[in-house]
Design a protein around this ligand. Structure first.
Ligand code: HEM
Length: 141
């Protein structure tokens, strides 16, 4: 496990300090029972131990995903936005960047337009590692 300090807002005096705890996949894998059940959804780690009894889809499906990346099964079910909102309360940290799957197939094309300047429009592909991080961009002119 590693904890990394980062600035949430990047603005001075706005109190945007955040701290992220990173977990290796092998550590997540150890929490695979009803006593302690962690799973990974989209690069984020969730401790759903106390949710086992409450999950509307039953505890069995959660146990099947115990200690592993459950992103695909989570999405296959087509969980509601309420379900996605619930995730927040079980979030305990992010997967360590070294353990994130290479997502070469999922690139995002960023297009920046600068209305004040007729010459400047930037297009560049970026790789999506995980959400929640800040990207700083510098205006070209
Ligand atoms: C912390 C993670 C999860 C949360 C917060 C969660 C939450 C919910 C909620 C609120 C529902 C009710 C329907 C809805 O609102 O979408 C539901 C249903 C269900 N969930 Fe999850 N879920 C989680 C993980 C999973 C995972 C990993 C699976 C794996 C297959 C799963 C399978 C199901 C199934 C099969 C249903 C029933 C769908 C139905 O009856 O139509 N869930 N879940």
């Amino acid at each position: 496990m590693a904890t990394v300090e980062g600035t949430g807002s990047g603005e001075k005096g706005q109190g945007g300090e955040t701290s992220v705890t990173y977990y290796r996949l092998e550590e997540v894998a150890k929490h695979n029972s009803v006593k302690e059940l962690w799973l990974v959804i989209h690069g984020r780690v969730y401790d759903v131990t106390r949710f086992l009894d409450e999950h509307p889809g039953g505890e069995e499906v959660l146990l099947e995903q115990a200690g592993v990346d459950a992103s695909e099964s989570f999405e296959d079910v087509g969980h509601s936005s309420d379900a996605r909102e619930m995730l927040k309360q079980y979030y305990i940290g992010d997967i360590h960047p070294n353990d994130l799957k290479s997502q070469s197939g999922s690139k995002l094309l960023v297009i920046l337009d600068f209305p004040h300047c007729g010459r400047c429009s930037l297009r560049f592909p970026v790789s999506l590692l995980h959400s929640g991080k800040q990207i700083l961009l510098r205006r070209p002119c």
